[in-house]
Write a protein of this length. Sequence first.
Length: 407
Amino acid sequence: MSKFRSSDRPLRVLHSHPTWLPQTQPWLYNLVRHLPEAAVESHIVVERTENLEQFSIPRLHALSDLRYWRFWTERVPQRFRTRPPSRFLVALGGRLGAELVHSHFGNIGWQDLPAVRRLQVPHVVSFYGFEIGRLPKREPVWRERYRQMFATVDLVTCQGPYMAQSIVDLGCPREKIRILRLGIETERIACRPRRWEAGTPLRVLIAAGFVAKKGIPSALLALAQVKNDVPLEVTIIGDARSGDRQSQIEKQRILEAIAAGGLEDRVRLLGFQPHQRMMEEAYRNHIFLSPSLTAADGDTEGGTVLAIIDMIATGMPVVSTRHCDIPTTIEHGRTGFLAEEGDIDGIARGLRWLIRHPDRWDALTEAARGHIDREFNAAIQGGKLAHLYAELLSRPALSRSAVAASA
């Protein structure tokens, strides 16, 4: 404890996020749960909750549980431009004696600026993906908002070097950025190297929301190229988001790719599934296919893909793309296979290598699992975040304000 703080109690941190917790964000659950309790007392501050049966966590504070939620969300005119959680964050932080605010997602960091100013505590902001590419492209005002935030924020975290450079390009001083990888509970994921024999069904798994950046149509068209090489069975976990027009359009593109590739009798569409069900399906499949790309609207993964990390940990070979920070997860030819974004032939080449060399899968997956154990372990990443907090809190307050003022 003395290495973290001189106080005899943990540091009280407010984690600000809109919703606890979408099924697509188990990485945030892993991150917060694996902050060392002796060093950090985490309080989760959100507007609303969902999926609590999957992501149960202590010290969860939801604005939607309070009586005045309806007033703030339905009756306060937009011209007041007041974000309800900002007042909630200030009131809660004051009552708890919060010592640091950690905003999850860059746009939430900007929205939290008034609350952080009122609380007069250090501010950490983590970027995760969409808010780096798609958001500033769709709404250029965010470039100026980010510049405002970067001038005062104390620390910015992201998943890898590609994402770090993207944040620098948005105006963040490089010295404020730290790499913090997505973490999984590697010790709880059994590594079972896959076995496949020529002539038997080759089972391929795709697991992603139906959004353009996931590249699912490219994956399906690549699978169509190898469908006559082997008996092929494809499972897709994911679906379009209700009420999201772009996601519904992407679903139609996926269905059209299935038809165009003549894969109708070889594809199972399971829809959205809990993380546990996805992991169960993982062990029933031989290869994971995840060819992410930059969407027309600028949307990207930003960093890497948690599902790739999960699948590698189970002992499954992976074929993906050289997109964002995915190359920090997969080394082409040694721990998996990478194609260029949207390169259907390149994706098919990766699949064909695996089909032709099942005797070399073990060496591939052993090296890949070792990399995940070293770089993407949730407990290790939680400890790193605690030390980042320690680094920040060890700076004199005057030094922190001087850095912010000069940025």
